[in-house]
Design a protein around this ligand. Structure first.
Ligand code: PGA
Length: 639
């Protein structure tokens, strides 16, 4: 995309928007490989600063691929990792040392002696000198040639949380609450996340010769925009990159979605006013001037960079009415369509009735968190709802939950006498496996199986709370998840078959799914990828042509009213019922916060736009099959 001077004025760091995270990772891999080759030709070492987390996984996979194809060697590379939790043992499942081995170093030829990672396994009194030494080692290596960064939702680079100064060096820091919450899933509970970390400072990062920050997925959209377009401030460490002469961001489209050129493009240049863009602009104007849509004046449009829109589609009042009606028509209490009603202006068609509905939930709880109220409505309104859990969700179950269950079973078995011996033996076996594993290592298959069963029990309770009988609850336990761990999943054809079977069996009129805007290595994104491939494979079947696919929001992001095709309101009682259903996911209570605020604030947005004031709203976007025309064919799946 050609960058206009208005965009340059707003974006104070160069941003490249890649069509996908894979494409973005390939751009960064090109940079790294060309640096390494250039240095090699000069008989010098390339010094890389490296990040951890979900974001760089695609990059490391791409570099490993190139190494395997003999396109690059890392013999002449020196690496410095950004950070490490403190305290943490080196072999802890979540230690960054272990992450780097598993994700990258064990698969390439970089000599061990050229790898540097802050040591999280020191005594507290040793940390200060370790940090000084780390800075000295970077200096002795000639400084970092290319620093790769991720960005946290607090705006941190490394673990430089809000408040870090521009000149800070490698040091011990305290982690922000949001950062610890984001890590809670991996550590099976917020309380297990270390409170501190050792991190290179902002100053250390800024002294690198070149810096590339990468970000994928909708979760990062807000902080990317603040870092790039906001002021340089200690409250967003990444904003300090604005002061670096050779820093750039490489982001995918969801992560770019809050940049002005994407979000509010009419503010930075002439645009074609499509229907969707017009709706976006009017919704934005309404919140900008704090007036409901129907009260917007010609002056409001003119004074806020939308004079062109008025020329094309004005004057204000008929335009306001048009957009108001579009928004109004997206709101329905009948997500499966209202039988025998005129459906000309309804998001879902009236017939057939009842509809066969398949709700796909990538992990247990995705469904109920984002569409628990809608699930209840579909059932109450007589539709035939099947809820399909794509993965078992066992990876999210803390060991303590297993302990609780086995103690209970053991005690019951002991009370009931001798014929319960197999149960007692089972409990002992599970406890032994857990003890042998240690607190944070990977689980054996037996323990994973039990954890999966614990989740099944709570899933059934949650579904029951939404009015769904157990026989309409299905578990696919897709193999990619059962064989993998977070950030280490690989799809195969074996994952497609169960999904295809379930879709062909029920031949639904409606499918609900999420995951299209997530980081591509997340469970949700992988499940969505599988779904879109499956759907493409069956798109010629007659029932598919009569099937509507509805996307529901992610656990940490939701659709804005302008992009919503169906908004389903909830009464206070319906919202309370939904929260009760979510609460059935007992094993998840220590690592996720689910309150009713998101659904309430969505309702608030509609209220402010001048629509009816509801207690809470769930929102959906229609996924149209033309969106998948460019996808890879069904058979091409990585193994
Ligand atoms: P993530 O973390 O890649 O896991 O999102 C990025 C960061 O915190 O820097």
């Amino acid at each position: 995309m050609k960058i206009s001077s208005e965009v340059e004025l707003r974006e104070k760091i160069k941003v490249e928007i890649a069509v996908s995270a894979e494409a973005g990772a390939a751009i960064v891999a090109d940079e790294i490989v060309s640096l390494v080759l250039k240095k090699e030709a000069r008989n010098e070492k390339a010094v890389l600063g490296l990040p951890t987390g979900s974001t760089p996984v695609a990059l490391y996979r791409e570099l490993i691929r190139r190494h395997r194809e003999a396109l690059v060697s890392f013999r002449n590379v020196v690496t410095f990792n950004l950070d490490e939790y403190f305290p943490i043992t080196n072999d802890h499942r979540e230690s960054y040392r272990r992450f780097m081995g598993e994700q990258f170093f064990n698969h390439i030829d970089v000599p061990e002696s050229q790898i540097h990672i802050p040591d999280g396994n020191l005594l507290r009194e040793e940390v200060f000198s370790h940090c000084q030494e780390y800075e000295e080692l970077i200096r002795l290596a000639g400084g970092i040639d290319l620093q790769i960064l991720g960005i946290g939702r607090t705006g941190h680079i490394g673990f430089n949380e809000p408040g870090s100064s521009k000149s800070s060096g490698t040091r011990l820091v305290t982690l922000d609450r949001l950062t610890r919450l984001d890590a809670a899933r991996d550590f099976l509970g917020e309380k297990n996340v270390p409170r501190h970390a050792i991190t290179m400072g902002v100053g250390t990062v800024l002294s690198a010769k070149q810096v590339i920050l990468i970000a994928w997925g909708n979760n990062k959209a807000d902080i990317v925009a603040r870092a790039v377009e906001g002021p340089v401030t200690e409250s967003v460490s990444a904003s300090f990159l604005q002061t670096h002469s050779n820093a750039r961001f490489i982001v995918d489209t969801p992560a770019a979605s809050n940049l002005t050129r994407i979000n509010l493009p009419w503010l930075v240049g002439p645009v074609a006013w499509s229907e969707k863009r017009t709706r976006r602009a009017v919704c934005w104007l309404s919140s900008e001037v704090n007036k409901p849509v129907l009260k917007l004046l010609d002056e409001d449009y003119n004074e806020n960079g939308m004079a062109e829109l008025l020329i094309e589609a004005g004057p204000a009042y008929p335009l306001n009415i048009r957009i108001f009606n579009e928004l109004q028509h997206s709101i329905t209490g009948w997500p499966g369509g209202k039988p025998d009603a005129d459906d000309t202006n309804r998001p879902e068609r009236a017939h057939p009735f009842p509809k066969r509905v398949v709700v796909l939930s990538p992990e247990p709880m995705d469904d109920v968190v984002s569409m628990g109220g809608t699930l209840s409505r579909l059932v109450d309104q007589g539709h035939l709802v099947e809820v399909v859990y794509m993965t078992s969700g066992d990876l999210g179950v803390p060991d303590a939950e297993v302990g609780k269950f086995t103690n209970n079973l053991n005690e019951t078995a002991c009370c009931l006498g001798r014929e319960w011996n197999p149960q007692v033996e089972y409990c002992q076996q599970i406890m032994e496996l857990l003890n042998r594993k240690g607190l944070f290592d990977y689980d054996s298959n037996e323990v994973r199986q039990l954890k999966g069963l614990l989740r099944r029990a709570e899933v059934r309770e949650a579904c029951w709370g939404c009015g769904i009988d157990p026989e309409h609850v299905h578990f696919l336990d897709l193999p990619f998840y059962q064989k993998g761990h977070y950030r280490q999943f690989h799809l195969s054809d074996d994952d497609l078959k169960p999904l295809l079977n379930v879709l062909r069996h029920y031949q639904p009129h409606q499918i609900y799914i999420t995951g299209n805007r997530e980081n591509p290595i997340s469970v949700q994104a992988l499940c969505f990828e599988l779904f879109s491939r499956a759907y493409r494979g069956i798109s010629d079947e007659a029932w598919v042509r009569d099937c509507h696919v509805w996307l529901y929001s992610g656990r940490e992001w939701t659709f804005s009213p302008f992009e919503v095709d169906m908004a389903v309101p909830m009464s206070p009682a319906q919202l309370a019922q939904k929260m009760e259903a979510i609460d059935q996911h007992q094993t998840q209570r220590s690592q996720t916060i689910h309150n009713a605020e998101r659904d309430r604030s969505t309702a608030c947005l509609y209220d402010k736009l001048g629509l009816a004031e509801y207690e809470a709203i769930e929102v959906f976007q229609r996924w149209r099959s033309e969106l998948i025309k460019t996808k890879a064919p069904l058979a091409v799946i990585e193994s």
